[in-house]
Write a protein that binds this ligand. Sequence first.
Ligand SMILES: C[S@@+](CC[C@H](N)C(=O)[O-])C[C@H]1O[C@@H](n2cnc3c(N)ncnc32)[C@H](O)[C@@H]1O
Length: 182
Amino acid sequence: MKAVPFIPTPIKVVKAALELAKVGPRDVVYDLGSGDGRVVVLAAKLFGARAVGVEIDDALVILSKMKVKEEGLEEKVTILQKDFREVSLEDATVVYLYIYYDVIRDMLLDKLKELKPGARVVTLEIPVPGWMPVAKRGVQDEAGVVRTLYLYIKGLSDPESWKNEEADTSWKEEFRRRLWGR
Ligand SMILES: C[S@@+](CC[C@H](N)C(=O)[O-])C[C@H]1O[C@@H](n2cnc3c(N)ncnc32)[C@H](O)[C@@H]1O
């Protein structure tokens, strides 16, 4: 599989992604392939969440650890130098992904099964193969380019949850409407 380069999410789009997932102080946000740490730093700084960045590239890990220190967020933000396949997602309530489609399909789909019901997954540009988004938003970045965010909820969006689908799914519609207004 081809290497995934570091392409940062524009800051406006990071904020929109965290807002779309309704991140708050009770959340634990994971960015799988966290680059320079911008997503996890902003999740903690602007939304009060705990956050974990997982990044394989050592220079990016050093850079993000420096950012975390500069912002005084060491209590809230952890940067792990690891392959994201090796990290447990059991305590994650929000996962952010900006990574190739085939990487999600071949390396992360199984991992996402570890998420608890109600956990949110937000992706930029790339949909999660086989999952059904509960929201899709266009957001302008700093250059005026419209970027697409997808939001998924474990237990609503993933095919595993459809296997156990009960006859009356109206509560899911109501849940989605109340939380995301659509
Ligand atoms: C497109 S960049 C996104 C960076 C950041 N999430 C953002 O949105 O600004 C993808 C990142 O994933 C990292 N990456 C690629 N494969 C990885 C792996 N197996 N484990 C951890 N990180 C990985 C790359 O080094 C790169 O920094």
